[in-house]
Design a binder for this molecule. Structure first.
Ligand SMILES: [Zn+2]
Ligand SMILES: [Zn+2]
Length: 152
């Protein structure tokens, strides 16, 4: 398996339309056309994942449920890209990654008053189906930022 650093060199050559920048977290910025990456040696799959978001033209979404669809689509594409760069991505890794989104979405949609499930009424607003409580959640940021903040 190639290192992240050697993979970055190949990706820069293969995808000159995107910028690659070191960052404390993995993310893709549609507005900057930039892939941000953590410069360590064992993150090839996450790097290809962000590249997949870039190649698929993923930008913003209005509902949390759309995020799961985008993530699934990006991982499907990541698996295809990984073949090209001789990187192995296990199904377990993809599933556990998607699970972190499902957990996160579940937390966001749980009513803080009665713990029933809420309905998303706008990008950052939920309404409880049981007690009618309305609450706001933080902006969703990027997938990778969330993934890392969840793990710490
Ligand atoms: Zn409630
Ligand atoms: Zn993602």
């Amino acid at each position: 398996m190639p290192s992240t650093i050697s993979l970055i060199k190949k990706l820069k050559a293969d995808y000159p339309q995107f910028s690659f920048r070191k960052s404390p977290s993995f993310s893709w910025s549609q507005s900057d056309q930039t892939i941000y990456y953590i410069n360590t040696d064992d993150n090839c799959s996450l790097l290809l994942h962000e590249l997949s978001h870039a190649l698929l033209g993923h930008a913003s979404y209005d509902r949390d449920i759309q995020l799961i669809a985008l993530e699934r689509e990006a991982w499907d594409y990541t698996i295809k890209l990984a073949l090209k760069y001789n990187i192995t991505i296990s199904d377990d890794m993809v599933q556990s990654n998607l699970d972190t989104y499902r957990d996160w979405l579940h937390k966001r949609s749980t009513c803080p008053k009665c713990l029933a499930n809420g309905l998303q009424t706008a990008k950052n607003t939920f309404k409880c189906l049981a007690c009618s409580h309305i609450w706001r959640v933080n902006d969703a940021k990027t997938c990778a930022l969330r993934r890392y903040s969840n793990n710490t």
